[in-house]
Design a protein around this ligand. Sequence first.
Ligand code: SAH
Ligand code: SF4
Length: 386
Amino acid sequence: MTLTLDLSRATPKAAAPANLSGMTRAELAAALVESGVVDPRQAKMRATQIWRWMHHFGVTDFDRMTDIGKEARAAIAERFTVARPEIVERQVSVDGTRKWLLRTAPGIEVEAVYIPDVGRAGALCVSSQVGCTLNCTFCHTGTQPLVRNLTAAEIVAQVQVCRDDLEEWPSDKADRRLSNIVFMGMGEPLYNLDNVAAAIDIISDNEGIGISRRRITVSTSGVVPELKALGERTGAMLAISLHAARDDLRDILVPLNKKYDIAQLMAGVQAYPGLSNARRVTFEYVMLNGVNDTPADAKALLQVVKGIPAKINLIPYNPWPGGLYECSDWGTIETFAAILNRAGYASPIRTPRGRDILAACGQLKSESEKVRASAQRKIAEAEAPQ
Ligand code: SAH
Ligand code: SF4
């Protein structure tokens, strides 16, 4: 078992140096000045240099930032870091899907999954939290209590590690295999919107990682009050984990439905900034044997999404140890898809990827657990560099 440090509540004795790769350009310049290591008159220039090294060239060491003087580099390195998290485990599926278990801080472990041939070239599924406060009954992550929100740096790090692994630095390299980002890993992104929005600002910046906001999708279980802010702050594409077309069933599958029911959710989606036929919302619908997969369910689904520019993504349920459900059989899924197609909806069936390494949708979970503050301090002391 891995013990976990909840840094959002307890500050370890020796605070870890801040990682510059989680700062927006403005934050980066401000942090350099505040720390006293960079003269305010030079802050913008230094920030631009460091930004380029981190996000264009992918360097993980100040020593490689050769256009910054040696002394200035050393001063910055005393206060800050540009290092990657530790890769605890790297697994590759028979279908080419790659999964990394990253240790971003003492006891904080998250998973990220790269899926080739999804989106324009390949998609990275990133986590926004360790664990989740919600308990969707078909989701493995939902069985892991929330440990804490990930910082912007920890979200950006997942993209950097994937780029390292795919050898895709510098960022303007032709034929990149990482073209899309989906916030469909561990956690509910709309309960961590500040850090998700900052991470999206960083990874979409054209003078860096440069993944367009239109190729970034944020998936939510339906935190209705945050939908407008998500659209306004990030310009990201929206995906909604719908999974049921009736409130009584959705109350069970996605318990957040008891707070924001289907009608409220659809009103929130209709009002999502930038929604149009060219920028459709994706509704995700997990196919659960005998639960939500009949032709009547498909017809009810059509009623619910009526009038909304939408795609419907059917996700065959991915089993996990101890899970309550079974996946619908293939014929049932195809019949369901045909009903949606006849009504004019693109409704691809999402091919399960990476199931053999528990990397498919809803299978992610890390061993991190929340522990008491006293135990956290002990771990931090034990793990602090001597
Ligand atoms: N918390 C967010 C994003 C992470 S979940 C959300 O719920 O949208 C990413 C997607 O995987 C969601 O659509 C989720 O419903 C789906 N999912 C969860 N468990 C699954 C499972 N066992 N099989 C298939 N899809 C699953
Ligand atoms: Fe959390 Fe999403 Fe899993 Fe629901 S489906 S428990 S919101 S990660």
